[in-house]
Design a binder for this molecule. Structure first.
Ligand code: UD1
Length: 416
């Protein structure tokens, strides 16, 4: 298993570029199963999670090519309506194949994804919504067994603005008969991107980016070409890195307003940040001030940046409090940060961070994607050497991370 070796304590400067959005790609790739033909998707990040998703599609009979950042999917050979446990368990987003398979075959069998490191993460809202659209669903031996004659548009109220359920129901509603309205929908930019992709193929979806998404069903979708947005969580991760360590860092190829909640929090902590159309410029300004943060659905502070922000606040001048409201078990990075001499205590869903003057390098272990990035950041802040084990978690969501970081002056190498 690969590891990172980091020699920390170095100031970073220069320009760093953001790749395409992982979570957009993970919704758009399975949604392309709705199109009987060829879909060309650009700006796709070359990540483990994207490869898992392409494997899932391939297992269903689809042909694809992935060259540079362009994926071409040919669904004319789609032949299977069963998505096995071994494929789904690797990545929860594989559950998005459920609605397209239903539209293509009138039936689908998709393994339940199960829990994961950051929480139990049920899919009850996906299932409840699909049942409201007229799908018959049984849960048998760990599988969702679904069948239908035709989906019929309906008004659906989500108990929680779930990203996954909103994507699933948009993918379902676009080919349902009549009108589907999703109330209390999630507003994350990746959902807007999925909607724009579906509209580019002939879908009729409005209200994107609001909590009321309205879908007028169409008979079929046509072939299309689409470019995914830049990854806002990678943008946010690099912006935090800049606030922690940079003399002058520019994050390029991004949509700055999508991380407004983070920018405001970093400015509150004392970082100097200016924004231009597609770039963010950051300078560290002494030790950060302690701040309080609560994770919330978009446009609130993203749960995916909770761990990286915590790593930054470990060396704040004053205490910070982080309250995690989205996932019930998303503090696995805390004991590892404490191994690097941070002083963090957890009570329930809240982390109390007592800022310390500096961190010390140590061997640590990544246990999830964003927590893994938090350890990279902490390792870069720490004065001596840090070894990060299990970096396959980081490879799921950061494209060529060490290469990007080396270019801005970080001393980080991958040990094979
Ligand atoms: C997506 C993102 C993930 C991000 C999360 C929240 C992808 C591939 N992943 O995950 O990076 O951290 O949004 O912004 O886009 N829930 C239920 N029942 C459901 C669905 C969700 O109880 O049917 C709960 C979950 O357990 C969790 C919360 O709702 O506690 C949020 O989940 P959701 O917004 O659906 O996140 P994901 O789509 O899993």
């Amino acid at each position: 298993m690969d590891k990172y070796r980091i020699s920390g304590g170095k100031a970073l400067s220069g320009e760093i570029s953001v790749s395409g959005s992982k979570n957009s790609a993970l919704a758009i790739l399975p949604a392309s199963l709705l199109i009987n033909g060829i879909t060309r998707i650009k700006n796709v990040p070359n990540l483990k999670d994207v490869c898992y998703m392409l494997n899932v599609l391939e297992s269903l009979g689809v042909k694809y090519s992935f060259s540079g950042s362009i994926v071409e999917i040919d669904t004319r050979t789609l032949s299977k309506y069963i998505a096995d446990y071994d494929l789904i368990r690797k990545m929860r987003a594989s559950i998005y194949v459920l609605s397209p398979l239903l539209h293509r075959f009138k039936k689908a069998e998709v393994s339940l994804p199960g829990g994961c490191a950051i929480g139990t993460r049920p899919v009850d809202l996906h299932i409840k919504g699909l049942k409201e659209l007229g799908v018959e669903i049984e849960l048998e031996h760990g599988y969702i067994e679904a069948k239908m004659t035709q989906m019929k548009g309906k008004e659906i109220y989500l108990d929680f603005p779930s990203v996954g359920a909103t994507c699933q129901l948009m993918i379902a509603g676009v080919l349902a008969a009549g009108k589907t309205i999703i109330y209390n929908a999630a507003k994350e930019p990746e959902i807007e991107d999925l909607g724009k992709f579906l509209n580019s193929a002939g879908g009729q979806i409005s209200g994107l980016g609001t909590n009321e998404i309205s879908i007028t069903g169409v008979d079929s979708l046509h072939e299309t070409e689409f470019s995914v947005i830049p990854d806002r969580i990678e943008t946010g991760s690099f912006t935090i890195l800049g606030a922690a360590l940079s003399k002058n860092l520019t994050v390029n190829n991004t949509i700055p307003h999508q991380i407004e909640a983070l920018i405001e929090k970093l400015q509150e902590s004392g970082a100097e940040i200016t924004v231009s159309q597609n770039s963010i410029h950051i300078k560290k300004s002494g030790r950060p001030q302690g701040i309080n943060v609560k994770t919330l659905p978009y446009p609130g502070f993203p749960t995916d940046l909770q761990a990286p922000l915590m790593a930054y606040l470990t060396v704040a001048d004053g205490p910070s409090i982080i309250n995690e409201t989205i996932f019930e078990n998303r503090f696995h990075h805390v004991p590892e940060l404490n191994r690097l001499a941070a002083d963090i205590k957890i009570e329930g869903q809240t982390a109390y961070i007592k800022g310390v003057p500096s961190l010390e390098g140590a061997p640590v272990m990544a246990s999830d994607l964003r927590g893994g990035f938090a350890l990279v950041l902490a390792g870069l802040i720490a004065e001596s050497e840090t070894i990060i084990n299990r970096i396959y978690h980081i490879d799921r969501g950061y494209e060529e991370l060490e290469t990007k970081l080396q270019k801005i002056g970080a001393d980080i190498i991958r040990i094979k």
